[in-house]
Design a protein. Sequence first.
Lengths: 765, 455, 70
Amino acid sequence: MSERGRPNKKTKHDDQKMKKIQNEEALYSDDDTGDHDGIYFEGEGGAVEETDFSKLELKADHANRPLWACGGGRIFLETFSPLYKQASDFLIAIAEPVCRPESMHEYNLTPHSLYAAVSVGLETEAIISVLNKLSKTKLPEDMISFIYASTANYGKVKLVLKKNRYFIESPFPEVLKKLLQDGVINGARFSSEPYCGADGFTVGKTSGELEAGHGELLNEAESAAAAEEKETHSFEIDPAQVENVKQRCLSKDLNYPMLEEYDFRNDNVNPDLDMELKPHAQPRPYQEKSLSKMFGNGRARSGIIVLPCGAGKSLVGVSAAARIKKSCLCLATNAVSVDQWAFQFKLWSTIRDDQICRFTSDSKEAFRGNAVVVVTTYNMIAFGGKRSEESEKIIEEIRNREWGLLLMDEVHVVPANMFRKVISITKSHCKLGLTATLVREDEKITDLNFLIGPKLYEANWLDLVRGGFIANVQCAEVWCPMTKEFFAKYLQKDNSKKKQALYVMNPNKFRACEFLIRFHEEQRGDKIIVFADNLFALTEYAMKLRKPMFYGATSHVERTKILEAFKTSKNLNTIFLSKVGDNSIDIPEANVIIQISSHAGSRRQEAQRLGRILRAKGKLEDRMAGGKEEYNAFFYSLVSTDTQEMYYSTKRQQFLIDQGYSFKVITSLPPPDAGSSLSYSTQQEQLSLLTKVLNAGDDLVGLEQLEEDTDGMALQNDRRSKRSMSAMSGADGNVYKEYNSGRHKSSAQQSKKPKHPIFKTRFVS
Amino acid sequence: MPQVKIIAKSFMDMVASLTAIKLDKLYNNVFICEAILRSLPPLAKKYVLQLLYIDIPVPATMMEEWVLADGVSKHRVAIDRLIQLRIFSETKDRKKQTCYSLNPTFQKNLQKHVISGGVLPREPMNANNANNAIKLPSLQELETYALQQWECFLLQLINSGQAEKLTGISSSMLKVFQRGLLSQRDRDGPRLTESGFQFLLMDTNAQLWYIIREYILNAEERDVDPADLISFLLELSFHVTGEAYNLNTLTDVQRNTLKDLADLGLVKLQQGRKDSWFIPTKLATNLSVSLADSSVRKEGYVMMETNFRMYAYSTSKLQCEILRLFSRIEYQLPNLIACAITKESLYNAFDNGITSDQIITFLQQNSHPRCASRVPSIPENVTDQIRLWESDLKRIEMTQAHFYDEFPSKDVFEAACDFAREWGGLLWEDSKRMRLVVKSEIHNQMREFLHTQSK
Amino acid sequence: MVNAIKGVFISCDIPMAQFIVNMNNGLAPSQRFIIHVLDTTHLFVQPQVEQMIRAAIAEFRDQNSYEKPT
C-alpha cells in the first residue's frame, strides 16, 4: 500500500489528531455496499419461486417433534415445543438463523454454517442423526447429501500451534497426503521430525469434545464417540509459511479449510500470564455456552462469538483471556472503548495494574513484564503512516511478541482490510472475534471468515430478553410529515444534494424530537441519547435545544467530561451524539434513544444503537413480565414521510425485526395542540430554517466526500472506496451474489461527515 | 364489515320478506318458531318471552317504560324487527293508543315448545337394526367428510383448478351460486369479483348462509316452495349430529333437497340393505346456532408474527388459496404453510377489492390457539401497517369535474353553490374569489340553472 | 357570463399536492396539466391525466418504501 507524504508542516500532535478524527469518522463509514443486504437467491423472474414440500412424509408422532426441515436447507422451528431449548441450541450450532420472532424460527443450512458446526466438534453423522430426530418429516434426500457434501472436507484439517511450532493435523492421513501433493504446502513442510508412522506423519492423540452431547439429543453411542480421544496424524510446517499454507488449503483446488486451534495448556514456550477470573465474575448461561464452544476440546479455537449489545461480551473476552493465560492483545474500535476494555479486565479478573497497558494516541503505556494484556485500537496497529518514536517502539514490541489471544471487538464494524492488516502484523495463536451482528453469506465461504474463524456461538435476542439479561425495548418509528415548504424544496431536482439535510431538518421532526425529550425528561426522569449522523443537524438540534453534544472531533477529555456529567448529574439528562456513540461507549444509565438521522441502510448501525440501551437495568424480577422495568427502554426513530428516509429506515430495521423486535408506527407526534410550546411553530421560523439549510455549504450538510485530498492514509482510501467487502477481503475468486437494490446507489445518498470540524466542541449549557 | 352485503342476518331478512300467508305457514312449525326466536336481538327475545302468556294487547307506552333512557334506540330496533317478522302485530285500542300483541300461531307453538320441547317428525334410526347393519361414522370422520365436501364445493365454485373431484351439483346450480361472485369474461375465463374475494374471506357459517340463501331464492325456479325449503332447513338444524334418519320419513321434495345438501357437506347419505338414511353433519346442525350470529369457531390455524411472516397449520388447498389472496406463499409443508405479508401482496388484495378490515378480521378470527389468547392476537405493528398501506393508496381522490368562475354577482354565485349542494355535487368553493368546482355529472343541470339565473 | 372548464378535481393531503405541483412544474410549458391550484389540498387539472398522476405517485411511493428482498 502506498503512503503519501503530508503536504504541510503542522505539529505532530495536530496531524495525529486530524488523522484520529478522520480515522474515527471513517472507521464507521458503512457504505451501503459494505453493509450486506445479504445474499439471496434470485429465481428467474427475480422473485422467489414458491416451494412446495407438501408431499414430504410426516412422521406419526410429528406433533412431538419441534422442527421441519425441507429441501434447499430451510428449517422451521416451533418455539413452543417442549424440545425447543435443545433444538434451538443445536440449530444455532449448525445453521444460520434467518428470523427468530416469538413463535416460529426459521434457519438456513448453508455450507458456511455446516463448516461452523464441524469446527466445534459436530460430526456429519451426528448432525444428520439429530436433525432427523427432531424433524417432523423424514429428512429429504437432497438435504442429507447436501450435509455430506458440505462437511466432507471441513474439520478434517487443523492448524495446531504447539510449543511454538506449527503442525498440520488430521485424523485422516490420506487427506494429509493429498495436501502434500500441493507444491506450496510441500515446500513448507519441515522434515525435522524423526520418522514415525508409515507416511512420515507424526501420530498423536487429541482429546474429544467435552460437551458434544447436545443434551439428550445424541444417543449414548454417538456421545461417546464424540468424546473419545482421537488418533491424529500431523506434519510440521515452517512458521513463515503459515499464511501461504492456509491460503492454499482454502483455495478451490484443495478446498480443505483449516481449523485453527491453540493447545495453550501445552505451550511451554510462551510466558504465562497469571490472571484468574474473580469470584464475583459469574458468567451467565449463554456466556458459558459460548466459551464452551470455544474451549470444547481443551484447546482454544479461533472464531467469532455473536452476542447482542449489552449482553456482556466483555466478560466473555476476559474469561477467554483468563483461561488461556498467555499474553493477550485486545483490539477495540476507539479510545473510549480501549479505556472500557481495560476497566473490564480489571473488574472481572485478578490482573494487576502492571500487567495491563493501553496503547492509544493519548496514552502510551510501556510494556512491563513478559506476559501482558495490551489494549489498543485497530487503527493504532493498522496505521500505515509515519509514527512517533514512542509509538514505533511499542508497535515493534507488539510485532515481536507472540500473543496467546488476539481479542477483537466489534469485528463486523471493522472493514476486512483493516483486521487483515492487523492479523498479518501480529502473531497470535488464537483469535477471538466478538460482535453483535453477523454478516450472512449463503453461498461460498469467503476468506473473511477464515481470517478469524467460523462462528462459534450466536445468542438469541428474544431469549435473552425473556431471561432478563437484556432490556425489553419498545421500538417505535415516528412519522413526521414534511412541511409544505421543505417538501417543495425536497422535490426539486436541483436540490438533490440537499435532500438529506432537508428531511433531517424538517421542522416537524424537530418538534417531535423536542416533544419526546421533554416528555421523557419531565414525565419520567429518563436519560436520553439523541443520535444524529449528520453533523449539521446534530449541531443545529443540540444548540437550539441547549444540550451538550459530541462527535468524532471532540477530544477524549471533553467526551469523558460530558459522559460523566450525564451519568451522575440530575441536570444533564439528554446528550446528542454522532456516529461515534454507536460503538462501545458504555452508558449504562441511558434508557431512551432518539434517532434523528441515520446512515443510509445500515442494519448493523441500527442494532448497535439499540445496544446502547439494551444493558439491563434494575433487578432481575423487575425486568421480567409485569415488573416495573418491563418496558423501560425506548428506541425512537424519527423519519420524515414521503422521503427516502422512509426507505432507509425500513431497511435498517430488518436485522432487529429478524431478531423478533417490532417497530410501532406513531403518526401523531407532537400532538396538534402543542403549538408554540415547541420550536418552529410559526411559518416564519420554519422558513428561516429552510433558508439556513439551503444556504449551508454542500460539504456541511451530509454529502459524499471524495477522498482525493489530505489524508495520507492508504488505509482510508481502501475503506472509503465503494468496493464491496468481498473484494476488499481479497476473496475475488469466490463467487456469490450480493443483493443491492441498485437504485439507491447515487452518491447524494451516502452520508459522510464533513472533513473539517468547524464547530467547536463546547459544552453547551 | 360494512361493504359486504353477504351476511347471515340477511337470511332473516329473507324470511321477513315472505308474504304474510307464507310466514304464518312457517310459524306452524315449532322449530321455525324456536329458530326465529334465537335469531332475534336480545331485547326482542325478552319481549317475546314476556308477552308469551299474555292474551291481551299491550300498550306501546307501557313497553317503553320497561326500558332505561339509554336503551331507547335498542327498543325501537327490537320492536321494528318483531313487526317485520310479523311476530308482533300492531293494533290500536279504544283510546287510539298503539298496542302490540303476539302472533297467535307463533304464540301457541312457542308455548307448546316451552313446555314439551320439540318433537321432530322423525326419530333416529336404531343402530342395531338387523335390517341394515348401520355403521355410523364417528363424529370425527363426519366432520372431516363435511369439511371435505364443503371445501371441494368452494374450490369448484371459485373455478379453481385445485379441486380434486367434482361435486354432484349441477352446473346450472353452480352458476346460480357463482352469480355475483364470479364475473364472466370471454377470453380469460371467469374471474372473482370484489364480492367474490370478500366471500372467500368470510367465516364458514357466513359463507354457508350465503349459499343457502341463494339456494332458497332460486327455489321457485326449481318449482320448490321457498317456505317449505326454509322450513325443512330450519327443522334440519334441530336434528342430532351423527345420528341416522331414515329417508322414508321425507317428502320427495325434501329428498331431492337432501341430495344437494349432501354435495355441500350438510348431510351424509348412506344406503343399507333395505333402507337409506341421512346423517346430519355439524354444518347442518350449526345453522340454527349461527342464526343468532354467534358463529361457531373452527379452531384457528394462523400464526402471525411481528416480522410479517405468517404460518398456517393447514393441509387444506382451499385455505392455501385464501391465504394467497393477500399474502405470498413461500413454503408448503405437509401440515404447514409459510407465507409472508408484503406490500405487494397486500396491494394485490386491495386491487381486487378486499379491504384491510376484512383481512384483519380474517386473521383475528382464524388465529391459532397459541396466539389467540395473546392480546392483541395479531401483532399491533402488523395490523397498523396493513391499514397504513391501505390508506396510502387513498391519498388522492380524483373526480371528473367542472370549474366555474367569472360570476356576474355574489348572488348568482351563492345560488349556484346552493344548487350544486342540493344536487350533492359541490366539490369545492371559494367565496372570496367566486369560484367553484362541481361534479361533471351535474354539469348539464348546472348549466341550465345558470341560464335561468342570467335572465 | 359564467365560465366553465372541464377537468379533474383532485383532493389530497398537503405533501401529495406539493408532489403534483412539482411534477407539473417539471414539464415543458405545453405539457403542464394544472389548470388551477385551488388551495394547499385541492387542485384542478386537465382531464385525461388521472392515470399519469397515479402512476407517478405510485412510482414515487415505491421509491420511498423498502421491501425486503425475497
